[in-house]
Design a protein around this ligand. Structure first.
Ligand code: FAD
Length: 615
């Protein structure tokens, strides 16, 4: 029997990061997946990043993971979401060429020393008491391992639905993983069913692009990886169109034929990726929804219509899609569908993503109740590191809520569990002013270097960046200037007698680099990206104290009683999700409210403020 230190089951976003991370630590790794040619496939939308998700991608990159680098090789459109808001809530997002992304991931893995890729279905585990010792493949052969990471995605007992028609499968073109699902029922607790859906794919040659709006990428694109500066492939634009009253009518009159609304699905779907059926039912007052027409690649005419995922029968899909402006003559290449799959309550995991009841077994990705490539990849990376360390007999690595969005996500999952698909948002992080995309490397790369998962190229460029930042910080902080001295170069400061450094005034409104150079001439030798980074640090350092004070106040008052007649619907700024959940569970104290699944630190702060105002 062949022996590996770590076996990773699954070649999706979690599995590829897990396998690569474990191999970067220098252990022998096997990535076992059903189809090697499907490694790195994006099951749903051709996009990576976004709000909250972009933070995860940057953190994966800071630990030298694959997603950001592969994303940049495939990035055919770059947009920094929330560009007009503060850097803490901005999210880099790319439109990805599916083929280029898959090729990049496969190439990274092929070149990773110590990593074998095996094409096979894992149908069971080799167990010894309450410890795992390897996996059993479908042909009966066995592989031994010190640790196993399971990243089976949407494949465990996967059932695809198009209207009333059902078919077993992990996603279109892939079989379901049923034998393994049966075995897991016996060894893992907290099994549940979740569902997700995808829209029909369109033939872009049959879209009337002349009548739809165009959405271009940013003029100054922000890369996903800290290692890249400019797009690596040609850039494209997307289209925007809208559903209308006729579309809604077609969907409404056929709701009973939808898998979801016809009662064919028991799993709970992702709240923030509603299907077109959900939109028409939940937002009945809206007569139009945006549809983004996203090309799937540079040499691919397939278009992904983002915003109209569905489980209606194929003929109804064709009718409602063709009712949309620009899509009147469109040909559907592949109907949309919903998929239902098994997941396991992540409360059964430790914060290293180890399964509590089975030594040496780790779970990562969709199997833990999350949704999204980025959430899966981030868990995969951590599980891979921890599996490698387990195999070596080393302590597990835990990321904290204070140092990363990965830490926030894992803490949320293992302490509160999941009853609906979990996705990342910036509002989930209480320390979001310090957990920014721009400083993910400063937060995590030193840890990655210490663990041994960051390669020499990144170590070199990171150390150089730190040196440049320190030198620039020292230079800008070297002298202090009175309000009069600042006024002499055109900088308006409070006439309070306080002497300020060039660093202090870097974020003053309308201050120019020429004015700063008049105070500290050496600033002209500092690279623009270093100045920009210092501006962000300075901007947020003042707010971080306020953030800390607010968090401490909520913690101090967590035993405050919430009156029985407290109206959660009247708390301004609280999301509908939280209003619903709070009204349903009626917590009696702030501490109880904080433990509700989906409760965010921002939401808790709003309730705290309201209680304070009423007291
Ligand atoms: P996956 O990417 O699903 O990869 C699982 C891997 O495990 C595959 O390589 C598979 O071959 C392998 N595998 C499974 N079982 C075995 C076995 N027994 N032996 C060997 N290999 C095995 N996310 C969103 O954020 N928004 C959406 O709207 C959305 N819609 C989706 C719609 C559909 C139809 C599907 C299928 C997925 C959708 N997703 C969506 C989810 C997204 O695809 C996942 O979040 C992400 O791919 C999860 O990554 P993963 O690595 O956990 O699993």
């Amino acid at each position: 029997m062949k022996h590996y230190d770590v076996i990773v089951v699954g070649g999706g976003h979690a599995g590829t990061e897990a396998a690569d991370a474990a191999a970067r630590l220098g252990v022998r790794v096997a990535l076992v997946t059903m189809r090697a040619d499907r490694i790195g496939v994006m099951s749903c939308n051709p996009a990576i990043g976004g709000l909250g998700k972009g933070h995860l991608v940057r953190e994966i990159d800071a630990l030298d993971g694959l997603m950001a680098r592969a994303g940049d090789r495939a990035g055919i459109q770059y947009r920094l979401l929330n560009r007009r808001k503060g850097p803490a809530v901005q999210g880099p997002r790319i439109q990805a060429d599916r083929e280029l992304y898959r090729t990049a991931i496969q190439e990274f893995l092929r070149n990773r020393v110590g990593l074998d890729i095996l094409e096979a279905e894992v149908s069971g585990f080799i167990l010894s008491g309450e410890a795992i010792e390897g996996v059993i493949l479908h042909d009966g052969s066995r592989l031994a391992a010190g640790a196993v990471v399971l990243t089976a995605g949407t494949f465990l007992n996967g059932v695809m639905h198009v209207g009333p028609r059902q078919e077993q499968g992990g996603r279109v073109g892939d079989s379901a993983s049923n034998s393994l699902a049966d075995m897991l029922r016996e060894i893992a607790t907290g099994r549940g069913r979740l569902k997700t859906g995808t829209p029909p794919r369109l033939d872009g040659r049959t879209i009337n692009w002349d009548v739809v709006e165009r959405q271009h990428g940013d003029d100054c694109p922000v890369m996903l990886s800290f290692l890249n500066r400019l797009p690596l492939v040609p850039q494209i634009s997307c289209g925007i169109t809208h559903t209308n009253a006729a579309t809604h009518e077609i969907v409404r009159e056929n709701l009973d034929k939808s898998a979801m609304y016809g009662g064919f699905i028991e799993g709970v779907g992702p709240r923030y990726c509603p299907s077109i059926e959900d939109k028409i039912v939940r937002f009945a007052d809206k007569d139009s929804h945006q549809v983004f027409l996203e090309p799937e690649g540079l040499n691919d005419t397939t278009v992904y219509p983002n915003g109209i995922s569905t489980s209606l029968p194929a003929d109804i899909q064709e009718r409602y899609v063709r009712s949309i402006r620009g899509l009147e003559q469109v040909e559907i290449l592949q109907p949309g569908y919903a998929i239902e799959y098994d997941y396991f309550d992540p409360c059964g995991l430790t914060r290293t993503l180890a399964v509590r009841s089975m030594k040496g077994l780790f779970f990562a990705g969709q199997i833990n109740g999350t949704t999204g490539y980025e959430e899966a990849a981030a868990q995969g990376l951590l599980a891979g590191l921890n599996a490698a360390r387990h195999a070596r007999g080393a302590e597990g690595v835990v990321l904290q809520r204070t140092d990363s969005y990965i830490g926030v996500m894992i803490d949320d999952l293992v302490t509160r569990g999941v009853t609906e698909p979990y996705r990342m948002f910036t509002s989930r992080a209480e320390y979001r002013l310090s957990l920014r995309v721009d400083n993910a490397d400063q937060r995590l790369t030193p840890l990655g270097i210490a663990l041994g998962c960051v390669g020499p190229d990144r170590t070199l460029s990171f150390n150089k960046k730190l040196e440049d930042l320190n030198a620039a910080r020292n230079s800008l902080d070297s002298g202090k200037f009175s309000p009069n001295e600042l006024a002499a170069v055109g900088i308006n400061a409070n006439r309070d007698g306080v002497r300020r450094s060039a660093l202090d005034v870097l974020t003053f409104p309308d201050v120019t680099l020429a004015q700063i150079a008049a105070l500290v001439p050496a600033v002209e030798d500092i690279a623009p990206e270093i100045i920009e980074q210092l501006q962000k640090e300075t901007l947020y350092s003042a707010y971080q104290d306020r953030q800390q004070a607010q968090l401490e106040a909520v913690r101090r008052d967590e035993n405050w009683t919430i009156p029985v007649d407290f109206d959660f619907s009247a708390v301004v700024g609280l999301s509908n999700e939280l209003r619903q959940k709070l009204n349903r569970s009626r917590p009696e104290t702030l501490a109880q409210a904080s433990r509700i699944e989906g409760m965010t630190p921002a939401g808790l702060a709003l309730i705290h403020l309201r209680l304070k105002a009423a007291s």
